[in-house]
Write a protein that binds this ligand. Structure first.
Ligand SMILES: [Zn+2]
Ligand SMILES: [Zn+2]
Length: 364
């Protein structure tokens, strides 16, 4: 908020009396009232004037302002201009009478990873406000007699002259009798009780393209709430939440799978099978000398790229599992291995990097 001197905003001296402050405010507020003034900065000026008045009309705040300036008035931003505005001028918000677009709706849908791979169509239940079919949104019972509202003369709003502390002000308010429609009916619609809209729950089919990811949104045009007074409906936004999968974790377009192998399989290499997201199996070749946390990449077994061709990969991480218990025969063999190689090979830096990646991917 720019620092503006409250006294100069109101055009009064620092010795101005409470009466001086009040009459200065009254004059300026009338001049810059946004409903009256054509000046482009009227709203801004009006705010300044009102803020200045708020401070200078309160002996305690004024004293503080004289001593410290605006410095300790950090709370000013939150103070209710609207409240003050309404105190002086009454409610001035005019009711919209033209067509109004219906509100957008947002909801979440959970998908399985498989559905994100193949794409899916889902019926989604959408609770929403819809135009009442019985009265077509008009709120009148079919056959009811309609007459121009006598209270507002059909204008839908009433002007009230209010006597306030600072003089008479005209306020404009929605007609309390007809609710702004300008018309009265002798019978309200039985289904919507005159609201023109009813609560409904519809099934909307939503298509999710292959490759859709957690946190992405699908927009379904026109499936939000109905508009009012002939306005178009809003849109429906469906937020995708992917369920956790027991065998795979998604990493962009890639799928990550962890394959448990024995120390012997890792040392000698092996030909194994891993599950695929389609539900089948794919062969995977473990090279001899594989390290714990090392990965093998299966090209094109990942997730289809959204709105593009091709697929990501399935990345198979090796989890070398050391036996917790050994048979008698195994024990003898491990003892032999131990005596043949009492120390591990010298550590290689890249192993740590790969391990780090796996720990990141699995939070382990
Ligand atoms: Zn109705
Ligand atoms: Zn009326």
């Amino acid at each position: 908020m720019p620092k503006v001197d409250h006294y100069s905003v109101l055009g009064v001296g620092r010795d101005a009396s409470a009466d001086d402050v009040r009459s200065a405010y009254r004059k300026l507020a009338r001049q810059y009232h946004p409903d009256v003034s054509a000046a482009a900065d009227a709203a801004e000026r009006f705010k300044e004037i009102t803020q200045a008045y708020e401070v200078l009309s309160d002996p305690e705040k004024r004293q503080r302002y004289d001593m410290f300036g605006d410095g300790d008035l950090g709370g000013m931003a939150g103070f209710g201009i609207d409240d003050l505005f309404n105190t002086f001028f009454g409610g001035t918000r005019r009711r919209e009478r033209g067509p109004v677009r219906g509100a957008d709706l947002r909801l979440e849908v959970e998908l399985d990873l498989e559905e994100a791979v193949t794409g899916a169509e889902k019926a989604v239940r959408v609770p929403r406000q819809e135009t009442c079919e019985r009265c077509h949104g008009g709120g009148a019972e079919p056959g009811a007699k309609t007459s121009t509202c006598g209270t507002c003369g059909g204008r839908g709003e009433v002007r009230q002259v209010q006597q306030s502390l600072f003089g008479r002000f005209v306020s404009v308010a929605t007609c309390p009798r007809c609710g702004g429609s300008g018309k009265n009916v002798d019978q309200l619609c039985r289904d919507c009780r005159g609201e023109g809209r009813i609560h409904a729950e519809r099934e909307v089919t939503v298509g999710f393209p292959p490759g859709i990811d957690d946190g992405q949104q699908i927009r379904v045009g026109g499936q939000g709430e109905s508009g009012m007074r002939g306005g178009p409906p809003g849109d429906l936004y469906v937020l995708v939440r992917l369920r956790e999968h027991a065998l795979f974790r998604r990493d962009g377009d890639d799928l990550v799978h962890v394959l448990r192998v024995t120390p012997a399989q890792a040392a000698l290499g092996d030909e194994l099978k891993v599950p695929t997201i389609e539900g089948g199996e794919a062969p995977v070749k473990i090279p001899a000398g594989s390290q714990h946390g090392q990965s093998v990449r299966l090209r094109g077994k990942g997730i289809p790229r959204l709105h593009a061709s091709g697929r990501g990969d399935e990345i198979v991480y090796l989890d070398v599992v050391v036996p917790r218990t050994l048979s008698k025969e195994e024990r003898a063999l491990y003892q032999k291995l131990k005596s043949l190689r009492p120390q591990p090979e010298k550590d290689r830096a890249e192993d740590d990097t790969i391990l780090g990646k796996v720990r990141d991917a699995f939070g382990g």
